[in-house]
Design a protein around this ligand. Structure first.
Ligand SMILES: C[S@@+](CC[C@H](N)C(=O)[O-])C[C@H]1O[C@@H](n2cnc3c(N)ncnc32)[C@H](O)[C@@H]1O
Length: 196
């Protein structure tokens, strides 16, 4: 009986996820469902493949950002893929939304998807990104390993909240070292760590 309940709960979860995929892709007028099987080359050779974060996860995150009055200043997606997160966040009230993507083709697709929202897409390795100081929320959906994260974190503006979706234990260690505080970890499927 419990097994049947578990299976139907999972099936309902999948149906809801699929429904949100269709709804938001249409509403935002974008095509960002693509996945890649090959990871791009990067300086530290620790890039992950393209996999867009789910809209279910983005809705939870938006609720958190609103509840904690974090929608202000600039939003940055490090490893922005085809720009899903940028398009979603551009309509929420941030002053500026930008993304960094190492893969040229993906960066071009992100530009097409987010042009109408006035987002900025920078093509390059996030480890070289020069922060502007205006970033208030920095989003990462497990784009690279702890080596690249370790290089980036010391340059992150002090006031910025860091949102890391699907962190490994090694990522969490890097996030913990940044401000000497335990990240808040939410069981959002995927797990999401937030450092403020
Ligand atoms: C898991 S996907 C997430 C995409 C997007 N943030 C989303 O949630 O829809 C990770 C992305 O990070 C990019 N990436 C990996 N290493 C990178 C690096 N060093 N600099 C910039 N982008 C990188 C990959 O090409 C991929 O598009």
């Amino acid at each position: 009986m419990h097994a049947v309940k578990r299976v139907s709960k999972r099936a309902i979860g999948r149906a809801i996820k699929r429904g949100f995929e269709i709804y938001y892709e249409r509403t935002l007028g974008i095509s960002s469902g693509e996945r890649n099987l090959t990871a791009p080359a990067s300086r530290n050779a620790d890039a992950t493949v393209l996999q867009p974060v789910s809209y279910v996860c983005l809705r939870r995150l938006l609720k958190y950002l609103r509840a904690n009055t974090l929608i202000r200043g600039a939003f940055l997606d490090l490893g922005c893929g085809t720009g899903r997160v940028m398009a979603f966040m551009a309509r929420t009230g941030f002053d500026h939304v930008s993304g960094v993507e190492i893969d040229e083709k993906l960066a071009a697709a992100a530009r097409v998807n987010t042009r109408k929202y006035g987002c900025e897409v920078i093509c390059g390795d996030a480890s070289n990104y020069q922060f502007r100081g205006t970033e208030k929320v920095i989003f990462l959906f497990n784009p690279f390993g702890p080596a690249t994260l370790r290089e980036i974190l010391p340059r992150v503006p002090e006031e910025a909240a860091i949102i890391f979706v699907n962190p490994s234990a090694a990522h969490l260690t890097e996030l913990r070292n940044l401000r000497g505080r335990e990240p808040q970890v939410f069981d959002w499927n995927p797990t999401t760590a937030i450092v403020r």
